[in-house]
Design a protein around this ligand. Structure first.
Ligand SMILES: Cc1cc2nc3c(=O)[nH]c(=O)nc-3n(C[C@H](O)[C@H](O)[C@H](O)COP(=O)(O)OP(=O)(O)OC[C@H]3O[C@@H](n4cnc5c(N)ncnc54)[C@H](O)[C@@H]3O)c2cc1C
Length: 409
């Protein structure tokens, strides 16, 4: 039996502590906040989309950074096992659109309660208000941890589960990255991901609050397309957001560090260029005495027509019968290719996930143990792994936490 310290009482730390204790180890969980799972409470807009009921292969296609590193963890503890675990703790589960799994109650707190209850039954000792400041290491072997008040705890194994740096108000402030860097363990550069975009054009702010469903969004880095997908986006007071934009951010956050990028929105993706032209010609023929404003209001929602008039320098009072071929072509091109310049992503304060973290080269994927320091295990968002929205990030935290706990001998 080992004496194990788990640092961090989030999704991965609680799962790791439970699993190690269930295997008969003596486990002490140290959490710096006054309660466990502070981030879990705000996940899935308070409903906690705790996993995705897809098969494991589909799962990997939603992982943005280092999917191969996660093979062992995901096969050791897959989404079905996570759902069984939650139901086994008395929390019924439901699966919604896109195979997103939630507690049937729609209360994120039920997921934390399930983890707390499992830890309690397995005899995990929990200390709150307990901030770890460094690791005790000698001869490449972990011996314990040092607390911020100077106290020390000795142990045989440590599982570090301190999270990333996004939403720092929940406790994930990069402590784990600092502790590991000072032990010579490589941490890659950190970027905010699943985060809104800040845009350049002033006219975009006029569209604040407008949500567009079923649009196509392409992101260009010069001429190269680095993201191309369909879905929903939203205009905000500083730029653009919504599910499509958040997904795009995970693919381009590194590029945006050094330069601007261009986003192209196809506002009519269901219509080809030719079909859209036929539709516009039909409108013109049926309403020749109506104004340009009439046509644009039929084609576009909210304040979009205003933005189009400015961008195209159209006279909105002009009759449709007077629309020239050039004007028609300009209109179609802008409907199919509405350009927005992205200056930056939002910061870590509003990022759902951190991209980057402990280099996966530092960690044995079949155990989550550090290759440099024996007895030190690393799991959750602290690692350089991240995925798209849909329950994948929490499942990564649970799977890597489970594998770390399971690997202690
Ligand atoms: C707004 C928002 C919504 C999200 N929604 C979803 C969702 O619906 N589905 C999904 O899959 N993912 C979602 N995520 C992502 C998901 O919450 C995280 O990926 C996941 O919580 C990471 O778990 P973790 O245990 O690695 O880290 P964390 O949950 O960040 O836990 C780390 C813990 O370590 C503690 N800690 C840190 N430093 C120390 C220290 N020095 N000493 C002691 N304790 C310490 C912290 O206080 C914290 O409790 C969301 C994230 C955000 C911000």
């Amino acid at each position: 039996m080992s004496r194990v310290i788990v640092v961090g009482g989030g999704a991965s730390g609680m799962m790791a502590a439970f699993r190690a204790a269930k295997n008969g180890h003596e486990v002490l969980l140290l959490e710096k906040n006054v309660k466990l799972g502070k981030k879990i409470y705000i996940t899935g807009k308070g409903r906690c989309n705790f996993t995705n009921a897809c098969d494991v292969q589909d799962f990997f296609s939603n992982v943005v950074s280092n999917p191969k590193f996660l093979y062992s963890a995901l096969y050791a503890f897959d989404p079905q096992r996570m759902m069984d675990f939650v139901e086994g703790e008395g929390v019924p589960v439901k699966v919604e659109r896109g195979k997103r799994a939630f507690p049937r109650s729609d209360h994120a707190s039920d997921i934390t309660k399930a983890l707390e209850s499992a830890m309690k039954k397995a005899n995990v000792e929990v200390r709150l208000n307990a901030c770890v400041s460094s690791l005790l290491v000698s001869d490449n072997r972990i011996n314990g941890v040092v607390m911020s008040d100077g106290n020390q705890f000795s142990c045989d194994d440590v599982i570090l589960a301190t999270g990333g740096v996004s939403y720092p108000s929940t406790g994930s402030t990069g402590d784990g990255h600092r502790m590991l860097s000072s032990e010579g363990i490589a941490v890659t550069e950190l970027y905010p991901a699943l985060v809104p975009f800040e845009t350049e054009e002033k006219d975009i702010t006029k569209l604040q609050g407008l949500s567009l469903k079923n649009v196509n969004l392409k992101v260009f880095d010069g001429k190269k397309i680095c993201f191309d997908d369909f879905g929903e986006m939203l205009f905000t007071h500083f730029g653009i957001s919504g599910p499509l934009v958040l997904s795009a951010s995970s693919h381009v956050t590194k590029i945006l560090k050094d330069k601007k990028i261009t986003v192209s929105v196809d506002l009519k993706p269901a219509l080809s260029h030719e079909k859209l032209e036929q539709r516009i010609i039909r409108e013109i023929n049926e309403n020749p005495k109506k104004s340009f404003a009439f046509l644009l209001r039929r084609l576009l929602p909210g304040k979009m027509p205003e933005v189009f008039f400015e961008r195209l320098s159209f006279d909105e009072t002009k009759n449709l019968s007077d629309m020239t071929r050039v004007e028609r072509s300009l209109l179609i091109n802008t409907l199919k290719n509405f350009r927005i310049t992205v200056n930056a992503t939002g910061g870590f304060k509003e990022a759902i996930i951190t991209q980057g973290g402990v280099s996966v080269k530092e960690v044995t994927p079949s155990t989550m143990e550090s290759k440099k320091i024996r007895g030190l295990y690393i799991c959750g968002e602290l690692l350089d792994v991240d995925a798209l929205t849909g329950g994948f990030n929490l499942q990564i935290a649970f799977s890597t936490g489970y594998l770390a706990g399971e690997s202690i001998r």
